[in-house]
Design a protein around this ligand. Structure first.
Ligand code: SIN
Length: 300
């Protein structure tokens, strides 16, 4: 019998497929489309100490082979998340990773403290890489700041922390190593790439924030390269993401060195994508004589 189980910071997943933060709601919104129990894990939308409205519309647009967003981390705030959203997730047999955001180090620490000892949340994803809010990427593009925020959150968090990295840097390995030395239990990458689209007829930016984060298959080769580099620079587990649309796309990240993967934009294109990708990974393993998914991690 083949094994698809993987472990991230001591937390076992039945298969290596997470859904990505911001593409899967704050609770079980996708339950109408898929059996959430079939996923290795889900990552909830970033949550801050207080509710945020996000940026004004328009805040999404299509690009060739992908999309751009400038949502601005709209979220209900950690108290509503705990009271309204997390209880609905408690009934699912999947790992819940809560994405944590903020404008300041204190914001991140406050959310981590509020989520302390909530049994439904098994992992925290520390989002130091949102390109659409003030302060969003400032921790993710400076190794010193990345290390400091990791240390601070690690001190107060009761769950393992996975730091989510920005691709908008010159050397991803520096940031990955800084998070590891700050005490991160894992890293996830990549968040979206900062881009810009101009409507030439209107002579205006398409997105309200002028810039937005690019995601989808357009960025996949870049994401695979960065996951490969980061996975070879640190010894903590890596969750790879960026334009995964199929099981074979997911296998690229695993062969590059990721322990698990995360499916993001594909959920908008096909709400059943994440569970389909789990099945496609299993089929790929059958067809290619892979008995244990862990065998091929980093095999290239
Ligand atoms: C957003 O809400 O602006 C996107 C989230 C992110 O990039 O982390």
């Amino acid at each position: 019998m083949k094994n698809t189980k993987v472990k991230i910071a001591g937390v076992e997943l039945k298969n290596p497929v997470f859904t990505s933060s911001g593409t899967f709601g704050t609770s079980d919104e996708f339950a109408d489309f898929i059996d959430i129990n079939k996923l290795g894990g889900i990552t909830t939308k970033g949550v801050a100490p207080v509710p945020w409205e996000g940026n004004p519309a328009p805040r999404v647009t299509e690009i060739p082979s992908g999309m751009m967003n400038c949502i601005g981390l709209e979220n209900p705030g950690v108290d509503v998340f705990i009271r309204r959203d997390l209880p609905k997730l408690a009934k699912y047999d999947t790992v819940v990773m809560a994405n944590v955001c903020g404008h300041s180090v204190d914001d991140y620490a406050t959310v981590a403290e509020r989520l302390e000892d909530i049994p439904t949340v098994k992992l925290l994803e520390i989002n130091i890489s949102c390109p659409n809010v003030s302060g969003g990427t400032s921790f993710g593009v400076d190794p010193k700041a990345a290390e400091e925020i990791t240390k601070r959150v690690k001190r107060v968090a009761s769950q393992p922390i996975i730091v989510k990295l920005s691709p908008n840097v010159t050397d991803i390995t520096e940031i990955a190593k800084a998070c590891e030395s700050g005490g991160a239990d894992g890293i996830s990458l990549i968040n979206s790439l900062t881009g810009m689209v101009i409507d030439v007829k209107k002579r205006k930016f398409v997105l309200s924030n002028k810039t937005g984060g690019m995601s989808g298959p357009a960025i996949r080769p870049l994401a695979v390269r960065m996951v490969y580099q980061a996975a070879h620079a640190v010894s903590i587990p890596v969750i790879g993401m960026g334009g995964i649309m199929t099981g074979e796309d997911a296998m690229q990240f695993i062969m590059a060195g990721a322990t698990a993967v995360s499916v993001g934009m594909a959920n908008f294109h096909d709400p059943g994508a994440s569970v389909r990708i789990v099945k496609e990974i299993e089929r790929f393993m059958d067809e290619n004589g892979i008995d244990d998914i862990n065998e091929v991690r980093g095999c290239v």
